[in-house]
Design a binder for this molecule. Structure first.
Ligand code: ATP
Ligand code: MG
Length: 370
């Protein structure tokens, strides 16, 4: 998959931007706060219809503007796509592919796949389970539209049920609809768990090999799927998972009403990471943490390729500078094939790269080449 052209209007600090990109490596350099991450964020938004760092879409609109637009020409699945996102303050965002308005973000799934790696991802190992769930969601949503639909539905139902559990004492009539939301949550939850289980299974066949190469054979990475005591075997059928989720809800009804929280479901899942048999979250060193996080990201990139037959676009935001020489070299030789965007502050230091194009960004604009 190749992003051939990107146009931005009033997107973050870009008033207007137009860039044509190389199908190989694109180096985007510039000083701090000039718009490098914003550009990668725009590209990533076209693949997942969400930003890795903005909680609300309105954050993406230029401070002085009412609306923003991202447009891109993408070559994927042997044909050209024109993707467009229109964002406005106080209105629903609109997504288009080849001029046709999409009904949901799930319809974007599979047109442009991206794997973004940024300094925050180095926390993938250390931080709480939410970061790892997000990683899983970002990957599987791109590969399986059905997952993206189920996730959107699950989030809606979860919010609704949470409201019931929070307010039922003040408004007891809310309890009349609890059963219905329990059922819908278990149904969509079972779909999510099913997809996650298979994705983690495949990830755990790939990431440990990369990690082993990375660590010179010294470290063994092991991945697992934890579903907080509700589901005994996540690889079981959707029907079996559904029954177990419903059973947990039945036996924990009182506990949920008291806790005022949804106590079971995929919003509690974790992707567990072990290094040499020990929980990486608690015991891995700084360097091991980096290596493990990179292995997960590179593994997901390879899974995308195996799944779709095409390399996803790799977005490396400021991560090379964070890595020591040995890790840098490892990453650079591992990312052969596919389109890559690399941001950095200095143009120098990437001389080992077989470059495609270099872009200098300053103040939300391209600095013309001399
Ligand atoms: P660094 O090297 O420090 O990571 P960067 O080039 O990646 O810098 P960006 O994160 O892309 O910088 O941000 C560039 C600028 O965009 C920042 O000064 C930021 O304040 C600004 N910015 C962020 N959101 C908006 C917005 N909605 N409207 C206008 N400007 C914004
Ligand atoms: Mg940045």
């Amino acid at each position: 998959m190749i992003v051939q052209r990107v146009e931005l209007d009033q997107f973050r600090n870009y008033a207007r931007f137009e860039g044509e990109f190389d199908p190989g490596i694109n180096v985007i350099y510039g000083e701090n706060a000039q718009g490098k991450t914003n550009l990668l964020e725009a590209v990533a938004y076209l693949s997942t219809a969400s930003s890795h760092r903005a909680r609300y879409d309105r954050e993406l609109i230029g401070f002085d503007a009412d609306h923003a637009r991202i447009r891109a020409g993408v070559f994927s699945r042997d044909r050209d796509f024109q993707l467009e996102v229109r964002l406005g303050r106080g209105v629903r965002r609109q997504l288009y592919a080849n001029g046709v308005r999409l009904k949901s973000a799930a319809e974007l799934s599979g047109i442009l796949n991206t794997v973004l790696f940024c300094p925050e991802d180095l926390h993938l190992i250390r931080e709480g389970a939410a970061v790892r769930r997000r990683f899983l969601d970002e990957c599987i949503c791109q590969l399986r539209p059905r997952y993206a639909e189920a996730l959107a539905e699950y989030r809606r139902v979860y919010e609704h049920k949470t409201r019931i559990l929070r307010d039922w004492e003040e408004h007891p009539s809310l309890l009349d609809t609890l059963e219905e939301f329990n059922l819908r949550m278990a149904q969509t939850g079972a779909v999510l768990i099913h997809y996650r289980a298979y994705f983690i299974k495949r990830l755990s066949e790939t990431a440990p090999l990369i990690h082993q190469d990375f660590s010179g054979g010294r470290e063994e990475l092991e991945l697992g799927y934890e579903t907080v005591r509700t589901v005994t075997d996540p690889l079981a059928s959707v029907r079996t998972i559904l029954e177990q989720l419903l059973e947990h809800q039945r036996t924990h009804r009182k506990a949920e009403l008291e806790a005022r929280q949804c106590l079971s479901g995929p919003h509690k899942d974790d992707l567990t990471v072990q290094l040499n048999g020990m929980n990486a979250k608690s015991f891995a060193s700084q360097g091991q943490t980096r290596t493990a996080a990179l292995s997960l990201k590179l593994a997901s990139r390879e899974l995308f390729q195996r799944d779709t037959g095409e390399w996803p676009v790799l977005l490396l935001d400021d991560v090379l500078s964070e890595l020591d020489q040995r890790r840098q070299e490892f990453v650079l030789q591992r990312i052969n094939g596919g389109q890559v965007f690399i941001t950095c502050c200095e143009e120098t230091g990437l001389d080992t790269l077989q470059r495609g194009r270099t872009f200098h960004i300053h103040g939300g604009a391209l600095v013309p080449e001399e």
